[in-house]
Design a protein around this ligand. Structure first.
Ligand SMILES: [Cu+2]
Length: 181
């Protein structure tokens, strides 16, 4: 994956996003729709990552690069260190499972390579841990040597749950020369 491709996010914007609690619409950004930009399907599945029910239980938003929807043609030009790894995001509100139900059985967040290659998994994390004030953070780890890993946050919202995923894309330096099969 070339680091020179468009879609890197200004660190200032990411900082504002994190402070703003991921209110994506309020600062004029959108997840990329461009076919050039990776969009990885993500779901909640039954089971653990090593013993996953392949049928998705709940569909989450695609994991993709955050891009400005500004008319400025330079708005999505990478700045700063151009070899910096990109971060892919997924934000899903109103997943129709309560935190209680999610934690009552084994569930995992699984991320697939693409819709066309849905059988190829690139990252996965079991949902478990200590929820604090309705928020549970979990690790998302590399699957099949993809080089993708990250974090997800599940936030209790009444009887539903909001899910945010942050996935780091492998850089040329971090990607294995020969991906494990
Ligand atoms: Cu899935």
């Amino acid at each position: 994956m070339s680091a020179s491709r468009v879609g890197s996010l200004k660190s200032l914007t990411l900082g504002a996003l994190l402070v703003g609690g991921l209110s994506l619409t309020s600062i004029g950004v959108a997840l990329a729709q461009d076919a050039e930009v990776p969009a990885h399907p993500a779901h909640i599945h039954d089971g653990t990552c090593d013993d996953l029910n392949p049928a998705p239980k709940e569909t989450l938003s695609f994991v993709s690069v955050l891009m400005s929807d500004s008319d400025d043609e330079n708005a999505n030009t990478p700045q700063g260190v151009l070899t910096a790894g990109r971060v892919l995001l997924s934000t899903t509100e109103g997943v129709e499972l309560s935190m209680e139900d999610i934690l009552a059985d084994a569930h995992s967040i699984n991320i697939h390579l693409s819709e066309a290659e849905i059988d190829t998994y690139i990252a996965c994390g079991e949902i478990g841990g200590v929820p604090v004030d309705g928020d549970l953070y979990i690790g998302i780890r590399d699957v099949n040597g993809s080089g993708y890993s990250g974090v997800a946050r599940l936030s209790e919202d009444g009887d539903s749950t909001n899910v945010d995923i942050f996935l780091t894309e492998p850089t040329d330096e971090s990607a294995p020369a020969t991906p494990a099969s």
